[in-house]
Design a protein around this ligand. Structure first.
Ligand code: APR
Length: 232
């Protein structure tokens, strides 16, 4: 059987069971921090040291040895291994590196990466797993896509969505565009759409199939059914 091309969108929910906060849950990141202050360019211009402290804190959390990929990340990586690198593309809104740590190689971080900083003068992107000291270099900003900024690799993502056989959305609430619009775009291209989430997302009615529960449980189960279906 011809192997399908699968695009997988992931959000903060896939990393929740690895100990990383989501954004909009009761104890989520946006409960304790003002989005306008730490996730907009205007906020960065107003108080860059405050913004760097916020991402330094998140980076330290990500570097905590306790924070490791969970069964959902490993299942997504296994799907790539089983179906092949040309048949699975992960598009993540997450800025953590847990997909890569689980073995995923075909991945786009459309909202940037916590373990990278960018030189605003040269646009050079640099690996960074340490606290950034803004007073030592004023041109280094977090390599994060803030509200009001354009996400990364959008034309590549839309090309992939248009030719996909499956669009699987995992652990995202559907609050933030353009990612929240991918399901509608996929439907317009006759792609089979599946939502795997703890609870219905804002766009849940647009999905052909929906399975609710913790990612570490529902993602491995769903991946097993796909691998079984296409291994012949
Ligand atoms: N398993 C599966 N889903 C989960 C789990 C879990 N263990 N825990 C939470 N979820 C689901 C929640 O039900 C919710 O629908 O994950 C979703 C997380 O939603 P948000 O916190 O809104 O995060 P996300 O959708 O990734 O946010 C999108 O918003 O703040 C910006 O740039 C930021 O990339 C982020 C974007």
């Amino acid at each position: 059987m011809k192997k399908p091309f699968i695009v997988i969108l992931t959000g903060a929910g896939i990393s929740a069971e690895s100990g990383l906060s989501t954004f909009r849950a009761q104890n989520g990141l946006w409960e304790g921090h003002d989005v306008n202050e730490v996730a907009t360019y205007e906020g960065y211009q107003r108080d860059p040291i405050k913004v760097h402290e916020f991402y330094n804190m998140l980076r330290r959390k990500l570097n905590d040895p306790q924070v490791q990929p969970n069964a959902a990340h490993f299942a997504v990586a296994q799907l790539e291994q089983q179906l092949g690198q040309d048949n699975v593309l992960v598009v993540t809104q997450n800025v953590d590196n847990l997909h890569e740590k689980a073995g995923t190689t075909q991945i786009i971080h459309m909202h940037g990466e916590l373990l990278k900083i960018r030189n605003e003068m040269t646009n050079e992107v640099i690996f960074c797993d340490y606290d950034v000291d803004y007073t030592r270099n004023k041109y280094l900003r977090p390599h994060i896509v803030w509200f009001g900024e354009i996400p990364l690799d959008m034309s590549y993502i839309y090309d992939a969505l248009a030719r996909a056989d499956y669009f699987i959305s995992i652990g995202t609430s559907g609050n933030v565009y353009p990612a929240a619009g991918f399901v509608q775009f996929a439907r317009q291209h006759n792609v089979k759409t599946i939502e795997l989430n703890l609870e219905p997302s804002l766009g849940n009615n647009l999905f052909d199939q929906k399975i609710y529960g913790p990612a570490s449980k529902v993602v491995p189960e769903f991946v097993d059914t796909l691998i079984e279906k296409f291994k012949k």
